[in-house]
Design a protein around this ligand. Structure first.
Ligand SMILES: NC(=O)c1ccc[n+]([C@@H]2O[C@H](COP(=O)([O-])OP(=O)(O)OC[C@H]3O[C@@H](n4cnc5c(N)ncnc54)[C@H](OP(=O)(O)O)[C@@H]3O)[C@@H](O)[C@H]2O)c1
Length: 335
């Protein structure tokens, strides 16, 4: 988030960094200065216009509404408020218009990273042909599970190189040279919460309670950037060539689809970039002509799946009525 604020020259007078007591004493470079990390305390929001939250849902529930009560607009990355009817759930390229209702200090939710990456690619096709059903299989990176899961994979890489047994702290199974069903809770219907989020969040963001979504979410030993195989069923026919034309002009989407060279989206190509990469674009031969399409997408879940999307929401607000009221100290990043 800090890097994205800096790269995009987000206009702010002061950046305040808030984390746990574990981070006390740390400083983070920002615009040529060292910004100290302070303990998260709701009083820190007293003169802050905008707060970007990157903490677990429990903490977001504790501090988000408290910050709004102090006049701060909060953009929250956790799942705490995503399905709250009073909270906009926003991917600016998809449903940025819902931010027009945010005049005063507000809470706004950033969607789940897999949902953002899927909808960046699928929404232009949905607008043209009406997606009735979406089947998703994810290949999710370690950093999507936070710093602890990233450290788990990096630690096992070191263990492997040193020829010693793998340290297992965050997981009860090896992560290196393995893949496993997403490490979120499984509900009584057999779906884990990551899979359920893809369904519920897609319906909310598209404002379409009828769209059918089923997902299988899997962690893979990739450090950064999520990949997703997506199968679509349309209400109206959409030729593959037209799908390619729509994707080629979709903001925030880049086509990587070189059949001759067998070159398609890969996590290493998406890592560190802003665009969601889309390839393997092909008519689904199991469906009637034009009624189905297959895609393979990769997106940096730390950037478009989290930090970049949050800062884009803030940029949208800045242009609207909310932004005209801002002018206190600046922005805070919590987490
Ligand atoms: N990682 C992703 O790709 C991704 C994508 C989309 C959404 N999200 C969501 O974003 C949120 C943060 O995820 P993450 O991956 O950034 O997790 P993370 O790497 O584990 O970072 C968690 C942050 O929370 C802070 N924190 C923990 N306990 C705290 C406390 N008691 N008081 C104040 N700060 C505290 C930590 O500060 P310390 O370092 O001081 O402990 C750390 O900065 C989660 O809700 C996650 O679901 C993550």
């Amino acid at each position: 988030m800090i890097a994205v604020l800096e790269e995009r020259a987000f206009p702010l007078r002061e950046l305040r960094l808030l984390a746990s007591a574990r981070s006390s004493g740390l400083t983070v470079p920002f615009r040529g200065r060292s910004v100290p990390v302070q303990p998260l305390d709701e009083r820190a929001f007293g003169d802050i216009d905008l707060a970007l939250f990157a903490v677990e849902a429990d903490l977001a529930r504790d501090f988000g509404p408290a910050a709004v009560a102090r006049g701060t607009t909060v953009i929250d990355n956790s799942s705490a408020f995503r399905m709250d009817d009073t909270v906009p759930l926003v991917v600016p390229e998809v449903n940025g218009a819902v931010l027009e209702g945010c005049a005063g200090p507000s809470l706004i939710a950033n969607p789940n990273c897999s949902t953002i990456i899927a909808l960046m690619a699928v929404t232009p096709l949905h607008r043209a042909a009406g997606v009735e059903r979406m089947v998703v299989a994810t290949y999710q990176a370690a950093s999507g599970g936070g710093s602890a899961l990233l450290a788990e994979l990096e630690g096992q890489i070191e263990d492997h190189a040193a020829g010693r047994p793998y340290r297992m702290r965050a997981l009860d199974r090896p992560y290196l040279f393995n893949l496993f069903s997403h490490n979120s809770a499984i509900g009584p219907d057999g779906y884990n919460t990551e899979e359920t989020k893809l369904l519920k969040e897609t319906r909310k963001i598209w404002d379409d309670p009828r769209v059918r979504v089923t997902a299988t979410c899997v962690r893979v030993p990739v450090l950064r950037a999520h990949s997703e195989a997506i199968n679509l069923t349309f209400a109206r026919p959409l030729a593959e060539a037209e799908a390619r034309r729509l994707l080629a002009r979709a903001p925030g989407v880049s086509i990587v689809d070189d059949r001759a060279a067998n070159r398609f989206p890969e996590p290493v190509l998406a890592s560190g970039g802003d665009d969601v990469l889309v390839g393997r674009i092909r008519a689904d031969i199991s469906q009637a002509a034009g009624m189905g399409l297959d895609l393979f997408v990769c997106g940096d879940q730390l950037r478009k799946g989290a930090a970049l999307n949050a800062v884009q929401i803030a940029e949208h607000l800045l242009k609207g009525e909310a932004g005209t009221r801002w002018g206190r100290a600046g922005a805070a990043v919590a987490g």
